[in-house]
Design a protein around this ligand. Structure first.
Ligand SMILES: Cc1cc2nc3c(=O)[nH]c(=O)nc-3n(C[C@H](O)[C@H](O)[C@H](O)COP(=O)(O)OP(=O)(O)OC[C@H]3O[C@@H](n4cnc5c(N)ncnc54)[C@H](O)[C@@H]3O)c2cc1C
Length: 275
């Protein structure tokens, strides 16, 4: 069997859309689901006369940028969009945070983002108090990739921030998929019910220094099978697991899809890298 790998990335022109909060619900004690709605989720023409297609999110880990005002201000600094690419005017940069498109329902004209309440951060703080009617500008998705293909087994792993993508992936995987999901969450009250193929085992690991995600990955019975690994979460933690898989286990780098979703001690999680 050939080495499994994700299909190539498809790039979209980035649209800037002005939406509003339709509702906010508590998914768990550590996560709020914000549903956004608005006419600009459909095809629309921006103020400069540019026509934009309707919002689309074909991939389970597509992300959008939420744009926030600077503290004490009411309007966000918006990026400039030229030929579908994001550029920045001289001066202050937009405050943007990346969030997975947990659900997009074109018929209802809604999209959901599930936001981890993690302490002190612009996005996390906003999610704590966001209420119906609040405005939110979004940009993207700017790219998408298809579902994982060609592996006998999938390992899907991450922390709380990866749960929206993992949940969506589980809902979209073919029923005959076999594999394992490992989720490292901040607290046992952050565990949520996930629906997925019966051949995919889901294990929650309420964060415990004695049983980190890496230990759970090491404990997997890899047997003599081809695996594809999707991994997202705190940058250093996921890179450590990647090193284990590629250097110690000898997995092909193309079969290990790793993205740092946030970096301990650093704001601007949206700058985290995929490798
Ligand atoms: C492609 C992509 C998709 C993502 N999808 C989601 C998603 O669906 N849901 C989601 O909740 N997050 C998601 N993230 C992560 C999110 O963008 C970051 O957690 C972001 O930093 C949160 O912004 P903030 O303004 O709340 O905190 P920031 O201002 O960025 O950071 C403030 C402080 O909080 C710390 N911090 C940031 N995030 C966390 C965290 N999760 N836990 C503990 N400490 C943290 C930082 O290290 C920093 O010290 C995604 C990131 C990427 C790159």
């Amino acid at each position: 069997m050939s080495v499994p790998a994700r299909p190539p990335t498809t790039v979209f022109p980035v649209a800037l859309r002005e939406l509003a909060v339709a509702r906010v619900v508590e998914v768990t004690a550590g996560m709020r689901r914000v549903t956004l709605t608005g006419e600009q989720l459909g095809a629309f023409t921006s103020a400069d006369g540019t026509p934009w297609p309707a919002f689309a999110s074909p991939g389970f880990d597509d992300d959008i940028r939420l744009l926030f005002p600077y503290p004490g201000e009411s309007e966000p600094v918006l990026p400039l969009i030229e030929d579908g690419r994001v550029t920045f005017a001289a001066g202050r940069r937009p405050i943007a945070r990346a969030y997975t498109v947990r659900r997009h329902d074109p018929r209802a004209g809604e999209l959901d983002v599930d936001i981890v309440l993690h302490g002190d951060g612009i996005a996390s703080n906003w999610a704590r108090t966001a209420a119906p009617g609040a405005r939110m500008h979004i940009a993207g998705p700017g790219k998408t990739r298809g579902l994982l293909m060609g592996a006998e087994r999938l390992l899907i792993a991450g922390d709380d921030t990866a749960v929206p993508a993992i949940a969506r992936l589980l809902e979209e995987l073919p029923e005959d998929t076999r594999g394992q999901v490992l989720v490292d969450v901040g607290h046992e009250t952050h565990v949520q019910g996930l629906r997925g193929p019966s051949g995919v085992d889901v294990t929650w690991l309420p964060r415990d220094p004695s049983a980190p995600l890496l230990a759970a990955v090491r404990a997997i019975d890899w047997a003599d099978r081809t695996w594809f690994v999707w991994l997202a979460g705190e940058q250093a933690a996921v890179q450590e697991i990647r090193r284990y898989l590629v250097r110690e286990r000898g997995m092909p780098a193309s079969a290990v899809d790793v993205t740092g979703y946030w970096k301990r001690g650093a704001a601007h999680g949206s700058r985290a890298r995929r490798s």
